[in-house]
Write a protein that binds this ligand. Structure first.
Ligand SMILES: O=P(O)(O)OC[C@H]1O[C@](O)(CO)[C@@H](O)[C@@H]1O
Length: 512
């Protein structure tokens, strides 16, 4: 493990980080491909979506079709301009247009762009996390400035597809969850031992739900939920790593100590291969919950809508039903974000509309009794929202340009009034992980708590933090060097395939 000196842990600044930020300067790298093809494709797809919507959801739209059309043309022009800038090697990040931008954080965004001289940097020179986030914020502004399109979610239809096409899995899980709920209510015989296994199950369900994000699969058409899963499996992981592990064993010499060490290494690599979880802190999370949290406050910083959100709701449901959470705060995005991130309407859609959508579209593709179970569950979740057991918030910090190291100082209210009062904050997904770790080219063995800097600091009352992430970008922390090396040697693209994951925990409130 590489431990960072204290002074480097806490003194982050965008232009002074302990490791260099991930950028697009390496030809063929994921970030460079993102700038060249993946992200422009996403913007192009927004243009198509806008063209296909003759009117927006705005009520004034129908009475003013010409104005709507005019506004549509402006939006398309600005989006095309954005695509051109991305491919222009001399273009720098321009300031966001302020006039008419109603999102609420335009001044702060422009201050950050100016303060760190991003407006003098080309896209290639700008850290990946900054330009990618800037891109989604700029698209958000283009719509927000348009009178007739300001409430239009250009990703909405895509987002629901993962939920609709996962009907089989959703309905089976609804039935199981309902059965567990009923059993828990009827008896108080559930033991901590049962809870331990059940908790690991819902936690990992929420983890693997993160494989379903559409910024990686912008051409996903929703016909087949399994298509997305299969794409993830295309790697030759199993055989490649197994043979790597075998070669470690084969190469062993006669020295017994060496043999023991090699066997340990082999076991570690094999376990990572079998579980696909490269570092798993779920036992520590469980110990913390069991011993410290009863009727507590849990926060979930959400990632993707649709199927992943459903898995997060099942996790929250379990924590609530089993008495660990008295209140769960869900944090979602204010504006359409990284294609499939949850906005408030996506959350309400699952609670209000998903059972009827299944009735209309998937009658024959759900488990028997599954829709009824989903109805009961979603009804219960609506009651949770109504009576304040669950709360849904969309602070603008989550769609701001800054990594989370700057959260305590830059989102004071969110930090002091909300997150420091939490017993556990669960960050979902890859983007949240990148923002937690500043998206640097870390030495992979740097501990999670070191990489999240101030968010692991006792002195500012940082809460216990969990990151549940399937790996879809180049940055990784808290992964054993042998495991990292074995994967790197044998499986090109493993870092960004989403096939592997980490469950990481930092607890600044513990005495250790
Ligand atoms: O939905 P998630 O897990 O946050 O993944 C989003 C990630 O997908 C990407 O768009 C591609 O990796 C990243 O830029 C981003 O970190």
């Amino acid at each position: 493990m590489m431990i960072l000196p204290q002074n480097l842990r806490y003194s982050f600044s965008l232009d002074n980080t302990p490791f260099p930020p991930c950028k697009c300067d390496k030809e063929g790298s994921f970030s460079s491909e993102s700038l060249k093809t993946r992200v422009p494709f996403i913007v192009q797809k927004i243009i198509t979506t806008v063209k296909n919507h003759s009117s927006s959801s705005s009520s004034s739209a129908t009475s003013n079709p010409e104005k709507v059309q005019e506004a549509q043309n402006v939006i398309i022009k600005e989006l095309e301009q954005l695509i051109n800038e991305m491919s222009d090697p001399s273009a720098t990040l321009s300031l966001l247009k302020e006039e008419g931008d109603t999102i609420g954080d335009i001044k702060q965004c422009n201050e950050i762009l100016t303060q760190y001289n991003f407006t003098d940097k080309t896209w290639v020179e700008t850290p990946f996390i900054i330009w990618e986030t800037y891109l989604y914020r700029r698209v958000g502004g283009i719509f927000a400035r348009s009178k007739y399109w300001s409430d239009f979610d250009y990703f909405f239809d895509q987002k629901l597809e993962t939920f609709i096409s996962a009907s089989q899995s959703v309905s089976i899980l609804a039935k199981q969850t309902l059965a567990d709920d009923i059993a828990t209510l009827k008896t108080s015989t559930s033991t901590n031992a049962d809870d331990s296994e059940n908790f690991a199950g819902v936690l990992k369900g929420s983890l693997w739900g993160n494989q379903n994000d559409l910024s990686m699969f912008p051409d996903f058409d929703g016909d087949d939920f399994n298509q997305m899963q299969e794409k993830r499996q295309q790697s030759e992981a199993s055989s490649a790593i197994a043979s790597k592990a075998q070669s470690i064993v084969d190469g062993q010499d006669d020295d017994d100590d060496d043999n023991d060490e090699k066997k340990d290494t082999n076991d570690k690599v094999q376990t990572a291969l079998a579980t696909k979880i490269l570092e798993d802190h779920s036992p520590q999370i469980w110990q913390y919950l069991k011993n410290n949290v009863k009727n507590g406050r849990i926060d979930i910083v959400l990632d993707n809508a649709g199927y992943e959100l459903y898995m997060d709701l099942l996790l929250a449901n379990w924590l609530t039903t089993h008495g660990y959470a008295k209140v769960v705060y869900f944090h979602c995005k204010r504006i359409p974000w990284y294609v499939s991130d949850v906005c408030k309407p996506d959350f309400y859609w699952i609670l209000n509309d998903s059972p009827s959508q299944y009735r209309q579209q998937r009658q024959n593709m759900v488990a028997e009794g599954g829709i009824e179970a989903l109805e009961v569950l979603t009804q219960k979740w609506k009651t949770y929202l109504e009576n304040g057991t669950w709360k849904l918030e969309d602070d603008l910090f989550w769609t701001g340009l800054l990594p989370f190291h700057y959260l305590p100082e830059n989102a004071n209210q969110l930090w002091t009034e909300e997150l420091t009062k939490s017993d556990l904050v669960i960050f979902k997904g890859d983007l949240n992980f990148r923002k937690l770790t500043h998206d640097l080219s870390w030495d992979p063995s740097v501990p999670f708590a070191d990489a999240i800097g101030p968010l692991a600091s006792k002195s500012i009352f940082a809460p216990p933090i969990v990151s549940l992430r399937t790996t879809k970008a180049d940055t990784v922390v808290n992964v054993d060097s042998d495991i990292y090396k074995a994967l790197d040697d044998s499986e090109p693209g493993w870092l960004t395939s989403g096939s592997y994951s980490t469950i990481l925990f930092s607890n600044p409130r513990s005495d250790n």
